[in-house]
Design a protein around this ligand. Structure first.
Ligand code: SF4
Ligand code: SF4
Length: 179
């Protein structure tokens, strides 16, 4: 398969430098507001800071993929003697908690690295973090060229992820009997 160059964008998070100021949440929600910068609301931010000042816990977490179902088990981390609450490091919008969901529609939020035209030199949350807790890095990697899916395949893929392959095959079999 042909190899292509892919740009990998990384935000390095130094939790020891984060003081929980939440400037990253404010600017992310403002940058993504419609019209842009017309409002700010951390609940709409694609980065959330898990804060527990009494225990000196400040953990910035980026919104990733939506989880279609709650995990069967929970994880709990202890790092440098600090215990983090269950699911603290998880990036998913999930039915078990409220973060990373658009408050009005309930739709999942996902960090898009501030994709914009013209592109930004650095994502907004990185620019606004005055403590250097967020550091942006870019690199190029060679990857195999992905096959572009056609419209029908994209539609089928989303149906399969929603209903499961067996249900789709059953439905197609029933439909073909009627036809
Ligand atoms: S802006 Fe930086 S220091 Fe402030 S909460 Fe976000 S990551 Fe932490
Ligand atoms: S990179 Fe952009 S979209 Fe992602 S959390 Fe930071 S400000 Fe929000």
């Amino acid at each position: 398969m042909a190899k292509v160059k892919k740009k990998v964008k990384v935000i390095k998070i130094d939790v020891d430098k984060c003081n929980g100021c939440r400037a990253c949440e404010v600017i992310c929600s403002a940058f993504h507001a419609t019209p842009q910068y017309s409002s700010n609301n951390p609940a709409r931010s694609r980065i959330r800071v898990v804060r527990d000042p009494l225990r000196d816990v400040f953990l910035p977490v980026y919104a990733g993929e939506r989880a279609p179902a709650e995990c069967m088990g929970r994880d709990k981390y202890v790092i440098d003697g600090k215990e983090y609450d269950e699911c603290s490091f998880c990036r998913a919008a999930c039915s078990s908690r409220d973060i990373f969901k658009e408050p009005d529609s309930g739709l999942p939020l996902k960090c898009d690295m501030c994709e914009s035209d013209p592109p930004l030199a650095q994502p907004m949350c990185v620019q606004w973090c005055l403590n250097d807790a967020l550091v942006y890095e870019e690199r190029e990697e060679e990857v195999e060229q992905e096959e572009k899916l056609g419209e029908m395949e994209i539609g089928l893929e989303s149906l399969v992820s929603k209903y499961g392959l067996e249900k789709i095959l059953d439905t197609v079999a029933r439909m073909s009997k009627k036809a």
